[in-house]
Design a protein. Structure first.
Length: 550
């Protein structure tokens, strides 16, 4: 191969990997909708007041993600979430490209390629790769790597760019603070040659963050405690172990979730032993290592101090950032090392194997997101059907929605937003063709949103027991009865209690239980009219005679 072609090969392969990652992610996300915290942006941050942009989300400043979300909503509406998935995927690709540049400057293009490819398909971190809400973390990481690259210029333009990038990184999320600390370390390292006048590089972002915190951020709930501080060393080790396990493919290979931390920890110990063994042979560590170490240490310590349910050291959402930090530090540790063809081939084999198994976990994560999409669109579709009678205080609690991802959705905020920007909800026709779990959950939501009501009265099967508008049920045969909106009577002869069930969009099951009707009683069921022509079907299970009457 001509030398020019050989030199271009890693760059061509990088372009192919970036394109393949973009296509793969978009194909996995094409049918997904809005998920969990994104609804807090869509419904709780309407309008353009200062609070809309500056109120904390958890403990994070999220002014840039909110601005991006608003821009996308104004431009494309909320019938489809595809625009925000495209933005996320482009940011992920840009982050990987910056990582490539950072590693290439230290080790050359081939090792940089091997470091970049696993991050593009990091299946154990699938939440970051498949959930647009994580634009906040991805944006901070993307700008943070750019901060490190800008500081390498060691000139005024580089410092100005780094200062702006620190502000942007913090504007995406509090994950930008570690990169402000990295910039501070760089300033202190070069204070003799360039003075301390460069302190503005980290200071501008940190001062803006402090001002925001005093005005808005202090209202966020903090999980800082003596226990979290005492356990922070363990948290840091667990986090590094999880990131190494994800990067190497060990996490995806292990079928036992409880065994994954130990495999990652074993890898961490092996890496630490290798560093200790090699350290005396290194002519000198790169000064660029210490800002990276400072960023990583700040991130893991702050995360440990704020540990809470869903934010454990081995949380899915931390692995992407953790893996990138490991690769940045490794590039500085190995700076100047020249790898032979055999070492590169061995590395390529490991990377391809890790990427293959990690992609399987990425696909599994996408399937989980698809399941959540079905429930989201079905639950919202049920709310749309019940719009005429639904209470403004109705909320999609997990026990109603079948998922915790809709806890930010309530009728009072959802319907105004849907009228203005559209909705991803299933139409009645789409709901009838939806997967079984979605149809089942829609019946549950409808029963609460309409709402259905029952009233028990004593006495049943008296005069008029042969009326033509009644259908006999109960006993050995328990046929379902088609019912329309309005009042329906369920009359049960004396004897054991009867169980009453309903279905509408579900098939083969009756998701809505109306409870037990005592023997010798009449239950009046009231079904409000709604926006769907599809009827309800009533099932009465009783040992004795019963009938359903209009």
């Amino acid at each position: 191969m001509p030398r020019s072609r050989a030199a271009a090969a890693p760059y061509l392969l990088l372009a192919a990997a970036l394109a393949l990652s973009l296509v793969a992610l978009l194909s996995l996300c094409a049918d997904l909708t809005f998920f969990q915290d994104t609804w807090a942006y869509l419904l709780r941050r309407r309008g353009f007041s200062a609070e809309v942009f500056l109120d904390p989300h958890n403990e994070h400043l999220v002014v840039i993600p909110v601005a991006i979300e608003k821009l996308l909503v104004e431009a494309f509406g909320t019938s489809s979430a595809l625009p925000e998935y495209i933005v996320l995927d482009l940011m992920l690709v840009a982050t990987a490209l910056l990582l490539f540049v950072y590693v290439r400057r230290r080790l050359g293009p081939w090792p940089a390629l091997l470091a970049t490819v696993p991050v593009l398909f990091l299946g154990p971190a699938w939440q970051v790769l498949l959930w647009p809400f994580e634009i906040s973390l991805v944006g901070s990481t993307m700008c943070g790597i750019a901060v490190l690259l800008a500081l390498e210029r060691e000139d005024r333009r580089g410092d100005l760019a780094a200062c702006l990038l620190v502000v942007l990184s913090i504007g995406f999320s509090s994950l930008g603070i570690p990169f402000a600390v990295a910039a501070l370390v760089d300033v202190l390292q070069h204070r003799r040659g360039r003075g301390l006048r460069r302190l503005y590089v980290p200071a501008v972002g940190l001062v803006l963050f402090a001002a925001w915190y005093l005005g808005y951020g202090h209202e966020a709930k903090s999980y800082l405690s003596a226990d979290s501080v005492l356990h922070s060393p363990v948290f840091v080790v667990q986090g590094l172990s999880a990131s190494l396990g994800a990067l190497s493919g060990i996490t995806a290979l292990s079928g036992d979730p409880e065994g994954r931390p130990y495999l990652g920890f074993a890898l961490l110990l092996a890496l630490a032993a290798l560093i200790v063994w090699r350290l005396p042979r290194w002519p000198g560590l790169s000064s660029r290592l210490w800002p990276v170490v400072a960023a990583g240490g700040t991130f893991w310590v702050l995360a440990a101090f704020n540990r809470s349910p869903g934010r454990e050291a081995m949380a899915n959402r931390y692995m992407h950032f953790g893996a990138i930090l490991v690769l940045l530090a490794a590039a500085d540790l190995l700076k100047g090392t020249r790898f032979g063809a055999r070492a590169l081939l061995a590395g390529a084999a490991v990377v391809l194997a890790a990427t293959a198994v990690n992609y399987g976990e990425l696909r599994d994560g996408a399937e989980e997101m698809h399941d959540q999409t079905v429930l989201t669109r079905a639950d919202l579709g049920a709310m749309e059907i019940a719009r005429e009678t639904i209470s403004p205080v109705f909320m999609l609690y997990p026990e109603i929605a079948g998922t915790p991802s809709l806890i930010d959705v309530n009728a009072a905020t959802y319907f105004p937003a849907a009228r203005e920007h559209g909705t991803p909800a299933y139409s009645p026709a789409e709901l009838a063709e939806a997967p079984a779990e979605g149809r089942r959950q829609a019946d549950v939501v409808l029963s609460q949103a309409l709402p259905l009501s029952t009233e028990a009265r004593p006495g049943a099967l008296g005069a008029g027991s042969a009326r033509k508008d009644c259908v006999r049920v109960g006993g050995r045969e328990a046929p379902e009865v088609r019912i329309a909106p309005g009042a329906t009577r369920i009359e049960v002869a004396p004897g054991p209690a009867a169980e009453i069930y309903l279905r509408r969009f579900a098939t083969g099951e009756y998701p809505v239980s109306l409870g037990a009707a005592r023997g010798g009683s009449t239950t009046v069921l009231r079904v409000p009219a709604d926006r769907a022509p599809r009827p309800w079907y009533l099932l009465v299970q009783s040992r004795q005679r019963a009938r359903v009457c209009r």
